[in-house]
Design a protein around this ligand. Sequence first.
Ligand code: FDA
Length: 307
Amino acid sequence: MLGPVLLAAARSDGIRRAVSAAPVTRSVVARFVAGEQLPDAVAASAGLAARGLGVTLDHLGEDVTDKAQAERSRDACLALVEALERAGLAGDAELSVKLSAFGQALPGGHDLAHRNVLPVVEAATAAGTTVTLDMEDHTTTDSTLAIHRDLLTRFPATGAVVQSYLFRTEEDCHALAAAGARVRLVKGAYREPAAVAYQDRRDVDRSYVRCLRILLAGEGYPMVGTHDPRLIAVTQALAARLGRARDAYEFQMLYGIREEEQRRLAADGHRMRVYVPYGTDWYGYFMRRLAERPANLAFFARSLATR
Ligand code: FDA
């Protein structure tokens, strides 16, 4: 019951201001976010890379309200690419970007987001790394996949994300697998209506397995984004049955979540990549992590109560 309330709060400016100003929040947020500044992100990436883990970095920000903000998001990503190259991390760390941070929701937003993401993908490619387009709520799926398709023609390593809670995703997986793309499969983190998405967790999981099978049997590079132990076991079994070598797919998990399992999978010879968010605009990301797991909310509430 709490999940939908928290996801609604994730989009409320009033609650954003109150939570962001609470003195205790930052120390709690630090569990999920690598830091507020670029050097924090680079240091976290270097630490993970030293332990044999790949990284995908997210400069936090979403739902920008004007073009200048969208351009600042683009510039922050360009600075990130430069910093990764300087630190010698471009081989280990890629970028994850949200097109709403590049203006997708503004008037003319599809073209604006496309224009803003292009130089980031160009710079990343020149530096020897890649970009994955995060997926946001279902109203953005067509636009994001269209921009991904266009980028693929010049930058074939550009990644896409699909969400197993959406009814449409099996079909999207067929198209992406045939295109040979890098595809991250996740359950989905937004509040979606019953007209477009499964509402029961078991249906979301069953859809995840169907999508997984399509991607693992296809021509692309599947990126299995989940912390769910059952889905990790299913992935390993399916990959073995379909003859996918361990370097022909990867697992991905979020920074600060199931870290021991991240290390265990890497030590076991699996490719493991950690999604590392950083920046000052952590509110929406943080609220989605609370919504996923009531235990996280209890942790947050306890730390408020002990101040
Ligand atoms: P589930 O939520 O069922 O969790 C399984 C187990 O994992 C839990 O029992 C618990 O042990 C642990 N766990 C899960 N979430 C936790 C949390 N927040 N805190 C502590 N423990 C937790 N979504 C989206 O809509 N668009 C996107 O682009 C992305 N991108 C993305 C990248 C990567 C690398 C990951 C791992 C996830 C995303 N997501 C996402 C989020 C995704 O949609 C989903 O909300 C979360 O991964 C949680 O779902 P699980 O598959 O982990 O399963």
